[in-house]
Design a binder for this molecule. Structure first.
Ligand SMILES: [Zn+2]
Length: 427
C-alpha cells in the first residue's frame, strides 16, 4: 500500500516534465501522425480537411490547426444522422470495436478493443492514486463511456476497482467500509452525500473508512466543499476535466492551481467566432485534439469556456493548465473584443461581501461598447468611492475590461434578471 509520502511525489510518466521545446516537437509529431491516419481512415475528417482545402502535409504544427473548422457536439449529432452510426469519425471498422457507447443526444461513440490512453491515468496519479489502491468508481457504467475510461485507466495504474456505479448510497458506504476502499471516483456532490449519510448512520468517516484520495469530475468542485472534506477526512481531492467524446483534457496536481493539459492531447483555447488560438489568460472555447486512432476527433469543440496559464507549476509538470471552466460558449457576450461570461460577473461580485446581486449591462455609444456593472448593495456603503474603485479594479482583473460601476439599492434587480443584459442594437 502506498504511504502518504508516495502519494505526494513522482510522475506517471517522465514525459510530464518535458521542456517546452520538447513538448512542441512531441505534439507536432503526434499531430502529423494522427492527421495522416485519420485522413485515410475517417471519412468525416477527410471531408473536414477538404473543406479547409488542406492535405495532411499542410498540418504539421499545432498552430496549423487554425485552418480547420471546429467540430461541435451538435455537429456530431447531424453527421451521425447522415452517416450512421458514427458520422464517419471512427478510425477503425465497426467490427473492430469492443463497445458502442450512447451519450446524450443520442451520440454513438466507438469504444476501443484495447484501451491504452494514459491521460486519465496521468490525472489519477497526479491526484495521489497509486498501484495497489482499491478504487470505487461511482460514475455510471450505463450507456456512457466515462466509468469505463476510468476503470481501464485504474488498471493501467495497477489499481483494483469496485464498479459500483451511481446511486445506492448505503451500499456504497458498506463497500467503502468492508473492502477498505482507498480511492473514490465520482462527482463532488455524491462524495458529499455519501459522507453525510455515513455520519447519519453513526459512522465516523475518518476512522471507519480507509479513504486516502478522491478523483472527482463532471461537476464544478466548490473550494469550500473541497476544503471541508479534505480537512474532515484528511484525504486528497483532485478534479479533472474532459468530455465523453474526447477524453481527458485537464487534471489537477497536488498544487491545486489549475488543471494540467495531459501529454497526449492538444488543448487549444480558441476564439469561438474566428477559430483563432488565444493566449494565456484569455477566455475562449476549450478545443481538443486527441491521438486516438479508434475515434480521432481533431479540433473538437467542448462548448466550455476557460483560460489557461503557462506559468511554471511547482509540481514540476510542464504542461500549461486550464485555470477554471467559466461557463458555456452559448452564454458568452463579446464586449470590446473580449468575451465575458455570467460566471465571470458572479466571480467579481463574490469578492465583495457588500454585494447581494449584480448584473452587467452592455450598451453602445458612438460605435463604442460600454459596460456597466450594476451592484446591488446589502446596505449603504461606508465609503462608496473606495468601494467603487475596488470594484473597478476587480472588474478589470477578472473581465479584463474597463467598466462603469453603478450601485443599486437592495431588491432593485428583478428576480431572474439576465446576468449580462446586452442592450446593443446593431443597425
Ligand atoms: Zn502542477
Amino acid at each position: 500500500m502506498a504511504t502518504k509520502k508516495d502519494r505526494y511525489s513522482g510522475y506517471f510518466s517522465k514525459q510530464e516534465t518535458m521542456t517546452a521545446a520538447e513538448r512542441r516537437r512531441y505534439l507536432n509529431k503526434k499531430l502529423k501522425q494522427i492527421v495522416a491516419y485519420a485522413y485515410d481512415q475517417a471519412p468525416a475528417f477527410r471531408k473536414k480537411m477538404d473543406r479547409a482545402r488542406a492535405k495532411p502535409p499542410d498540418l504539421t504544427t499545432v498552430k496549423d490547426l487554425e485552418r480547420l473548422a471546429i467540430t461541435e457536439k451538435t455537429d456530431l449529432i447531424g453527421m451521425q444522422k447522415k452517416s450512421p452510426p458514427f458520422g464517419g469519425w471512427n478510425g477503425v471498422p465497426a467490427e473492430a470495436l469492443r463497445r458502442i457507447f450512447v451519450s446524450p443526444g443520442p451520440i454513438y461513440e466507438p469504444g476501443e478493443m484495447h484501451y491504452d490512453d494514459t491521460r486519465w491515468a496521468q490525472g489519477l496519479f497526479a491526484g495521489g492514486f497509486r498501484a495497489g489502491d482499491i478504487a470505487q468508481v461511482t460514475f455510471s457504467y450505463h450507456l456512457v463511456p466515462f466509468a469505463f475510461m476510468l476503470d481501464e485507466s485504474l488498471k493501467l495504474l495497477g489499481c483494483r476497482t469496485v464498479p459500483s456505479g451511481v446511486g445506492n448510497t448505503e451500499l456504497q458506504i458498506q463497500t467503502l467500509k468492508d473492502l477498505k476502499v482507498t480511492g473514490f471516483l465520482g462527482t463532488p456532490s455524491f462524495l458529499h452525500t455519501i459522507l453525510q449519510r455515513a455520519k447519519e448512520l453513526g459512522l465516523n468517516p475518518k476512522k471507519d473508512l480507509n479513504l486516502k484520495t478522491a478523483f472527482v469530475a463532471a461537476e464544478m468542485l466548490p473550494e469550500s466543499l473541497r476544503d471541508s472534506i479534505e480537512s474532515e477526512l484528511g484525504i486528497i481531492i483532485r478534479q479533472s476535466y474532459g468530455t465523453a467524446d474526447i477524453g481527458c483534457l485537464g487534471y489537477e496536481c497536488l498544487e491545486k492551481n489549475g488543471m494540467h493539459f495531459p501529454d497526449d492531447a492538444i488543448v487549444e483555447i480558441v476564439d469561438p467566432q474566428t477559430g483563432k488560438q488565444l493566449g494565456p489568460g484569455e477566455v475562449g472555447e476549450v478545443v481538443g485534439t486527441c491521438f486516438n486512432k479508434v475515434y480521432p476527433l481533431i479540433r473538437f469543440g467542448t462548448g466550455d469556456l476557460s483560460y489557461y496559464s503557462d506559468e511554471p507549476c511547482p509540481c514540476g509538470r510542464t504542461t500549461p493548465r486550464l485555470i477554471k471552466i467559466v461557463g458555456r460558449v452559448d452564454q458568452v457576450t463579446k464586449v470590446k473584443g473580449m468575451f465575458i461570461h455570467p460566471g465571470q460577473v458572479d466571480a467579481v461580485a463574490a469578492k465583495f461581501p457588500e454585494i447581494c446581486a449584480c448584473q452587467v449591462v452592455v450598451t453602445r455609444e458612438g460605435h463604442q461598447d460600454r459596460m456597466t456593472f450594476r451592484a446591488e448593495l446589502i446596505g449603504p456603503a461606508g465609503n462608496p468611492d473606495l468601494l467603487k474603485a475596488d470594484l473597478q479594479k476587480t472588474i478589470q482583473d477578472i473581465l479584463r475590461l474597463r467598466g462603469e460601476v453603478q450601485f443599486l439599492n437592495r431588491g432593485s434587480l428583478p428576480k431572474g434578471a439576465k446576468k449580462i443584459d446586452d442592450k446593443r442594437v446593431w443597425e
